[in-house]
Design a protein around this ligand. Sequence first.
Ligand code: NAG
Ligand code: NAG
Ligand code: NAG
Ligand code: NAG
Ligand code: NAG
Length: 278
Amino acid sequence: MLLVFLSIQLFVRVLSEATLAPPYHIRVKSGVITWSPAAEDTDVHYTVQYRRFGSTEWENVSHCFNTSFISCNVTFTKEDSESGCVGLRVQAERRGLTSRPVEACSRLGDTCSPEVNLTSRPGSLTAYLRINSSMVHEYGGHIQNRVYYGKEGETLEKNYKDGASSVSIYGLEEGSLYCVKVQYLLDGEVLGTDSCIQCERIPQSAKGSHLTLTLVLVGVLAGALVILTIVYVLIFHLKTIKLYLQPPYTIPEHFLYRPTIIHLLSSPTEDMEDVRVD
Ligand SMILES: *[C@@H]1O[C@H](CO)[C@@H](O)[C@H](O)[C@H]1NC(C)=O
Ligand SMILES: *[C@@H]1O[C@H](CO)[C@@H](O)[C@H](O)[C@H]1NC(C)=O
Ligand SMILES: *[C@@H]1O[C@H](CO)[C@@H](O)[C@H](O)[C@H]1NC(C)=O
Ligand SMILES: *[C@@H]1O[C@H](CO)[C@@H](O)[C@H](O)[C@H]1NC(C)=O
Ligand SMILES: *[C@@H]1O[C@H](CO)[C@@H](O)[C@H](O)[C@H]1NC(C)=O
């Protein structure tokens, strides 16, 4: 028994050591990438990787390879990639273990990421997008945006819609939370870093909320009616109710004469005379 317990404990420890928590909060702004360390272990090192425009392969950023810092200057030039824009991700490493890599995002828009504002309406979501002016200057109408969307918790890569300054997505479930991330699109290929994921709840339509309101009103009115009826019955028909509640048998005659009898017993002399008179 003890042996089984010990081996389970050992197994759990080996399992937890075999995986390393990745860094989080990975942001790019003005050519600098920053992240937050997950594990508090001082032994953790990080490697920043990048992906050129049109490529699916990730390469190590040589000056941010196995570094103990939590930021890195990632200024790329046009010779490195289209317009100097690359995809970026960071992974942690400790004593031979490597974490899952996590992609960076841009929160407020940058040269290589669009600025995104979300607005939700009943059944739809609209992303208002701004492409950095230097990109517009360089590519004109060739540069667009790819808006990835999905319900909270779903993978966002599955569904997307492309557009320039605004993209609306219809047929969404009311009351549900939907999330969006956006990336530049150049001649059908994604470019640069994602915008950070933003989420919005789809509001109920006016029709839906009217129905709810009507149901609530009907409920309140029905409740009031029931209470009023009870009050009316209690006030005006109390006697009738008492009548109905009376025992169904008739009281025997001699019970009705009882007070007289008691009277007779209490003061015999006087009442005897009365009785005689009767
Ligand atoms: C990047 O560095 C890792 C070690 O952390 C190495 O395994 C990998 O081959 C390198 N990738 C490239 C493309 O050089
Ligand atoms: C990263 O650096 C640490 C400490 O300097 C070292 O122990 C480790 O082997 C290095 N890892 C790689 C992949 O170079
Ligand atoms: C990053 O590096 C580039 C060139 O290597 C330099 O021009 C730029 O000033 C650096 N940025 C920061 C924030 O250090
Ligand atoms: C475009 O990007 C540059 C560099 O990140 C930034 O300084 C500039 O403010 C951006 N322009 C807009 C319109 O966001
Ligand atoms: C997003 O909203 C902010 C604040 O309301 C506004 O200043 C900005 O221009 C908007 N951006 C876009 C792309 O609509």
